[in-house]
Design a protein around this ligand. Sequence first.
Ligand code: CU
Length: 135
Amino acid sequence: MSVPAVRLVVHRFRLALALSVVALLAGCAAPAPATGEGPSAGPAITTSTTTTTITVSVDQGRVSPPPRRVELPRGQQVRLTVHSSEPTDIHVHGYDLEGQARPGQPAVFAFTVDRAGRFDVEAHPETLLLQLVVR
Ligand SMILES: [Cu+2]
């Protein structure tokens, strides 16, 4: 799916997520176009009926877009792509998913959020990338 970044494909769509994306856009000084697969992917959340695609980049400890909450309904499929300027272990807490991002080789996670709660996604040791809020 190649949807322009920060453009939402809305089918059945939750207001809460829409609001969080609006807040993301408002708070972002320099949004970069991204497809989610590019080397310098910037803010990107796209949502279809069943799949939410999230892209985040970390460059020497700086997270883009800045850490925020992404609200998801239980049962939603998530495709999370993390770009990193250096080799980094990525950890999706709560779902116990781990992967490594390297320069030019993002960590990609595809999973279904079937557990309610708030879960950190981190670049280890302690860089918060985002929070998944599952309801
Ligand atoms: Cu962790």
